[in-house]
Write a protein that binds this ligand. Structure first.
Ligand code: HEM
Length: 190
């Protein structure tokens, strides 16, 4: 048995994951609320709360990852890219041969690398809409409120797709790795 995910990493995972899902779902709800039933006010409140908590949590998570030099495990390297065709073939059920990776597979690595970059672009847009008077200048530079709304909407769709991709890869990789995000421990080959 080896420690795959430290306790702080697991606590971060299981606080940030529901917040990210809440942020995306309430965000999409606010963009296109149903005409009957539901409360837009509650959705807005939840969205703002999830946004504040997620931003704070993400800054703490990135700081923790920076201290542990986690980028070494997350950034796709040349050997990962070489295995990309074999990984795609395995994911598309074209072969039963599962390529081996050091810690994370190339799909997860791309997603983990994409997320901080996406957050850096998407979260400020959310804050611009939260306080448009305060951020009047950047909103104007970006082409106005509607443009900011559109950018945030497409950013949200992309985030939702990558979250779905991450969950799919997490649930289908191996039971040992799935358990490790709860217990922290992982036995090789499980
Ligand atoms: C029900 C939803 C989710 C499930 C079942 C899940 C599952 C997993 C699993 C199994 C791992 C470990 C992979 C491995 O050890 O190879 C993992 C890691 C990770 N997950 Fe999730 N995940 C979920 C939601 C999310 C969401 C919504 C986010 C963020 C937006 C997220 C971010 C991460 C990150 C950054 C890691 C890297 C490891 C770490 O932080 O220690 N997960 N997840």
């Amino acid at each position: 048995m080896q420690l795959r995910h430290t306790l702080p990493a697991r606590i971060f995972h299981w606080t940030l994951a529901p917040l990210a899902i809440a942020l995306v779902t309430t965000g999409l709800y606010i963009t296109n609320p149903p005409r009957t039933g539901g409360s837009l006010r509650t959705a807005r409140r939840l969205h703002n709360l999830a946004g504040m908590l997620f931003t704070g949590g993400l800054i703490a998570r990135l700081y923790y990852g920076f201290l542990r030099r986690e980028w070494r495990m997350i950034l796709p390297e040349r050997h990962d890219l070489k295995k990309l065709p074999a990984f795609a073939a395995y994911q598309l059920y074209l072969t039963e041969k599962k390529p081996k990776f050091r810690k994370y597979n190339v799909g997860q690595k791309f997603i983990y690398t994409f997320w901080p970059l996406a957050a850096l672009l998407v979260l400020p847009l959310g804050f611009f809409l939260y306080a448009p008077k305060l951020f009047a200048l950047p909103i104007k530079r970006l082409g106005g409120l509607n443009r900011v709304r559109n950018l945030l909407y497409y950013g949200t769709l992309l985030s939702a797709a990558t979250i779905a991709g991450h969950i799919y890869l997490g649930l289908t990789d191996s039971t040992g790795k799935l358990k490790s995000i709860f217990t922290g421990c992982y036995k090789r080959g499980t």
